[in-house]
Write a protein that binds this ligand. Structure first.
Ligand code: NAP
Length: 335
């Protein structure tokens, strides 16, 4: 059995696509999956371009942190040939060869069964980004912040996490404010369910004082840095800020005042090692979103030849929604 795979090399050209056989797939995984769809996340963009130290395996290495497809063979008792499964995270595309391969060897304990009502394409349109967004929405709910508590702000709104956070929160009845650097995307963000769009510069300047007016009942933050500083100072009593990302910076300064005078909760979100029990709940919620939203309209589709350029677009900020990858196609317009 042969199939195409995208490799990262230590010398130029960094990205090379070649045909390999399943015998060349390393690892101790007990399950072989035919990859139907994958996606490109911010982490994948860092890995493919080399802009961030994501790959921790030996080069040449296959990146890609999300895959969805069909089991070709397995020795794991609970699975059968033909089962439709997905894997996001658990080191896929970081420590283990990843999703940008027609077939991949994985560990069955990291797989989630594709829920009823969710196609493999739609699962990858959500991908790690959508999964993370739903985890963040669930963190806000679990903090006791209900839809009547006030506005929830979503930062980095046009991106993958932002797009799905708006959808998940609006679908659950929250009033969502989108914070975005893109004027062109205002209509897009409102169509997802945001009732107001604000310029990201408002939060980017950071906290004006340790405790500012409590504008937000909660926040889903993909930006970090000064934006997170501002969010903590502007979150109302017993609100919850779900910290997901760092596109605007990894460091931030704060005081204890939001925590001890307002009971604000800063909740970290880690999609990579999220337990499988929680994963199954999240994927069911993602499946439910497909009956309300047109997932196909949220994603651009590329073949392996288009991955590198798509990753560069993500890192330069000119990116809206999601990008998915089809190993079945060998070329793409402009790819
Ligand atoms: N915790 C986890 O498990 C987890 C999982 C997935 C992703 N993440 C992290 O979440 C973040 C977002 O991921 P993503 O997949 O949504 O990325 P993405 O699709 O590239 O979206 C990021 C969005 O942030 C905004 N943005 C871009 N550059 C910015 C800057 N310099 N300052 C402020 N805003 C900026 C843009 O939206 P606007 O144009 O609307 O402003 C952009 O669309 C990344 O840091 C990623 O590593 C974490």
């Amino acid at each position: 059995m042969t199939f195409p795979a995208l490799f990262i090399h230590g010398d130029a050209p960094r990205v090379r696509i070649r045909t390999i056989s399943h015998d060349e797939l390393p690892g101790e995984g007990d399950t072989l999956v035919r990859v139907e769809w994958s996606g490109i996340n911010y982490k994948d963009a860092l890995a493919v371009t080399g802009e961030g130290p994501i790959i921790r395996g030996t080069l040449p290495f296959i990146p890609g942190i999300d895959l969805c497809g069909e089991i070709l063979e397995t020795t794991a008792g609970e699975w059968r040939t033909g089962d439709c499964v997905l894997q996001t995270g658990w080191g896929l595309g970081e420590t283990e060869w990843g999703a940008y391969s027609g077939v991949q060897r994985v560990n069955a304990r990291h797989l989630v069964r594709l829920p009823v009502g969710l196609s493999s394409k739609h699962a990858m349109i959500a991908g790690t980004a959508g999964f993370t967004a739903v985890l963040a929405a669930m963190a806000i709910e679990e903090a006791g912040v209900g839809p009547d508590a006030g506005d929830i702000v979503v930062t980095g709104a046009s991106g993958g996490v932002g797009t799905f956070a708006i959808m998940a929160l609006a679908h659950a009845g929250y009033r969502v404010v989108a914070s975005s650097g893109s004027k062109a995307n205002r209509g897009y963000l409102k169509s997802l369910g945001a009732y107001r769009v604000m310029d990201r510069e408002v939060l980017e300047t950071g906290a004006v004082r340790p405790l500012d007016s409590g504008h937000w009942a909660g926040a889903v933050d993909s930006v970090g840095g000064k934006t997170l500083e501002a969010l903590l100072s502007q979150t109302a009593r017993h609100g919850c800020v779900a910290s997901c990302g760092l596109v605007g910076g990894e460091g931030f300064a704060s005081t204890v005042f939001p925590f001890i005078l307002r009971g604000v909760r800063l909740q970290g979100i880690d999609s990579n090692t999220c337990p499988n029990l929680v994963r199954r709940k999240v994927w069911k919620r993602i499946a439910a979103l497909t009956s309300v939203y047109d997932f196909d309209s949220l994603a651009e589709q590329v073949a392996f030849g288009g991955i590198e350029a798509a990753c560069q677009r993500i890192l330069t900020g000119g990116h809206t929604g999601r990008t998915i990858v089809s190993p079945a196609e060998t070329s793409t317009p402009g790819g």
